[in-house]
Write a protein that binds this ligand. Structure first.
Ligand SMILES: [Zn+2]
Length: 385
């Protein structure tokens, strides 16, 4: 799996100019691709290489190539439907154009002045994420006068193995319409908690449970870049807050999507799902939890919203919008909170059922307790990166 180390670089004139030229090279390829209706890398290369070299002779040819790849991906993303004006001065680096030296806190980067070595600011992440440094991005913020490098590290999965505990504490989490997450310990997370982001958080329960349907695809297409970024930020903040709570295990409902992903393993589909919010929340939670030795587990979503978390009575009549009112024992509770408590119960039995065979990830026995039908579905894979 992959991790990212973000480090501050000096605000250097050569880097700034490299960023400017990189952007210019991207733009030439973007314009050509749009005009010729292609995002094929070979065609883009044949059509623009000479032009780019002549107009921007000081940009190293390896960076001309990564600029072309960057442009090709943007063209592909927009399906050549609209003209793209690249504003970002972010430079993409690959194995040929950068080398990171974690011990001396330096990085060597290809620039318009040739290879230059820069000092990087120290960060605990340098020691935390060790492995192969596969690629990097130099992100230039001209307004703030700051430059960062984001280094991608391929880390060993074994380093993040979680240990199952006999006295583990479990919390259930319901992902809902108005509330992004409701926890069985009475905590509610919604976008109102996020003061640093603006925007709206929109999806509905149907889409939440059945991505892969036509309406879900439409919704994803309609989502603007701004909305996407808002959601991503919201999910980062919330997932971080949740996994840092004093619990060892975080139980979530398994989304239809997760199954869908296994069946329909298209790259395109996965990419779309990656930015689809409830799914993204679980991905972020999975890797953030793993990082600190905690676990995320998945339970069968059936009946969690209809079951009374006090007496176990199951009825559709129990729920009315955001109100839960048990027809059997009269319990009255916020519906999402009731669901999260059921998820906690299922999560606990799921977790402890797995305990004896701890590290094995194959389990076919049915569940010993729980509400409604026993579940034998799980999803403990670690594709959080
Ligand atoms: Zn009840």
């Amino acid at each position: 799996m992959f991790r990212t180390i973000k480090l501050k670089l000096p605000y250097d004139a050569s880097l700034l100019e490299t960023g400017r030229q990189f952007r210019e090279a991207c733009q030439i390829v973007l314009d050509y691709g749009f005009l010729e209706k292609t995002f094929n890398k070979n065609k883009l290369n044949r059509g623009t290489y000479k032009d780019v070299r002549e107009k921007i002779p000081t940009l190293p040819s390896a960076l001309v190539q990564t600029a072309r790849d960057t442009a090709s991906e943007s063209l592909k993303q927009t399906k050549l439907m609209k003209k793209i004006h690249r504003k970002s001065h972010t430079i993409r680096y690959d194995q040929r154009t950068f080398k990171f030296y974690p011990d001396s806190h330096t990085i060597s980067l290809a620039t318009i002045k040739g290879r230059l070595v820069f000092p990087v600011a120290d960060s605990p992440l340098i020691k935390k994420h060790t492995g192969k440094y596969t690629n990097a991005q130099v992100v230039i913020h001209t307004k703030e006068g700051k430059i960062f490098v984001m280094i991608q590290v391929e880390v060993d999965d074994a380093d993040y193995e979680t240990v199952k505990k006999k006295d583990a504490s479990v919390v259930g989490i319901d992902r809902g319409i108005k509330n992004i997450a409701v926890l069985s310990n009475n905590m509610f997370f919604n976008s109102g908690h996020l003061k640093d982001v603006k925007g709206r958080y929109q999806y509905n329960r149907k889409i939440l449970q059945h991505a892969g349907t036509r309406s879900a695809h439409r919704k994803l297409r309609e989502m603007s870049g701004r909305e996407r970024r808002f959601m991503q930020n919201a999910n980062h903040v919330i997932s971080k807050k949740i996994v840092n709570l004093p619990f060892d295990v975080f139980a979530l409902e398994e989304l239809e999507t997760a199954k869908m992903r296994k069946k329909k393993n298209g790259k395109k589909f996965n990419h779309k799902l990656g930015s689809w919010s409830p799914f993204q929340l679980e991905q972020f939670m999975e890797y953030k939890a793993k990082d600190i030795g905690k676990s995320v587990i998945f339970v069968d979503p059936r009946y969690t919203s209809q079951t009374c978390s006090r007496c176990g009575h199951i009825s559709k009549q129990n729920r009315n919008g955001s109100e839960f009112h048990c027809k059997n024992c009269n319990l009255q509770l916020h519906a999402d909170l009731n669901a999260s408590r059921n998820i906690e119960v299922l999560g606990r039995s799921e977790y402890f059922r797995l305990l004896p065979t701890s590290q094995s990830l194959r389990f076919n026995e049915s569940m010993p307790t729980g509400m409604g039908e026993a579940s034998n579905k799980h999803h403990l894979s670690g594709w959080g990166s």
